[in-house]
Design a protein around this ligand. Structure first.
Ligand code: NAP
Length: 258
């Protein structure tokens, strides 16, 4: 058969791992799509496109114009709008969809977590008394902390955030994950961090391991409500997505032979 044309909606470690796994595999013709939020993304060795599609209609159009045989939504667990669009575009276009849904982190008895539903609640949970806070929440959700200027913030993101979104006097660290637990421990200890604020992204938990080792409390922003995926195939990692794509390739090849 001809190659299975696969669109991967990326922006996560799993999307990059899947793209690398498909590179050079003669059964697949993959394209990785990125939103374009990171200035210098590390691109895998497959064709890439960058920028929004123009909502559900734009994604449906792209799938049709490129004759896509499969769609893999491997966006970050907090990128819920793109996930909703993928589910709806698959429904409208009939293109089979697989969602990569990385398991959320779960606190152990040794952790000191406070779970909150959103960034505004995380800023409130820091309390009135000034604290030294590490924010590892990306760039787009910093504004909530501008409303709690009594704290001394260290902000870590891949690209430096827009100046107006950064709380006053914050120190900005631009660094690209992944980080090891030893590196995370270094950041927490050398900057005298008293509390860590993070999203419950799941995946590499090095910062949580470091916080646990140092007895540092964590304010954990839990995931926003996920789209209804009752009729959608779901994998928890790139290996699961690859297995799904291999099964689709085998099915389509068999159908073309009969
Ligand atoms: P979002 O709120 O779910 O999506 C906003 C819009 O960005 C979408 O409607 C879509 O525009 C465009 N978009 C998102 N992902 C895209 C992709 N892979 N390819 C093409 N267009 C995409 O997403 P977000 O939270 O802003 O995140 C943007 C990107 O950063 C995602 O790819 C995500 O995987 C990655 N990321 C997000 C977080 C996070 O915490 N939110 C963390 C790490 C990485 P159109 O409607 O025009 O198609």
């Amino acid at each position: 058969m001809q190659k299975l044309r696969v669109l991967i909606l990326g922006g996560s470690a799993e999307a990059s791992a899947l793209a690398r796994a498909l590179a050079g595999d003669g059964r697949f013709a993959p394209v990785l799509s990125l939103a374009g939020r990171t200035k210098s993304p590390v691109l895998p060795p497959i064709p890439c496109r960058i920028g929004g599609f123009g909502a559900v209609e734009g994604l449906v159009r792209w799938l049709g114009e490129h004759g896509a045989d499969a769609l893999v939504c491997a966006t970050h667990p907090f990128a819920v709008q793109m996930r909703r669009h993928a589910v709806e575009a698959a429904r409208q276009s009939g293109v089979p969809l697989l969602l990569i849904d990385r398991p959320a982190w779960v606190a152990s008895t040794a952790d000191r977590w406070m779970s909150v539903p959103d960034m505004a609640a995380a800023a409130r949970a820091l309390g009135e008394a000034p604290r030294r806070v590490l924010l590892t929440i990306g760039q787009k959700d910093l504004a909530a902390f501008v409303a709690a200027p009594q704290h001394a913030y260290v902000v870590r993101s891949i690209d430096p955030p827009a100046a107006e979104s950064v709380p006053p006097r914050a120190e900005v660290i631009s660094a690209r994950p992944p980080f090891t637990a030893a590196e995370e421990r270094g950041v927490l200890a050398t900057r005298g961090i008293e509390v860590l604020v993070t999203k419950n992204s799941g995946g590499n938990d090095a910062k949580l391991v470091a916080a646990r080792a140092l007895g540092i409390p964590v304010i954990m922003v839990e995931r926003p409500p996920a789209p209804d995926v009752a009729n959608t195939a779901v994998a928890t990692d790139a290996a699961g997505a690859l297995a799904w794509l291999e099964a689709r390739h085998a099915t389509v090849s068999r159908l073309l032979r009969v």
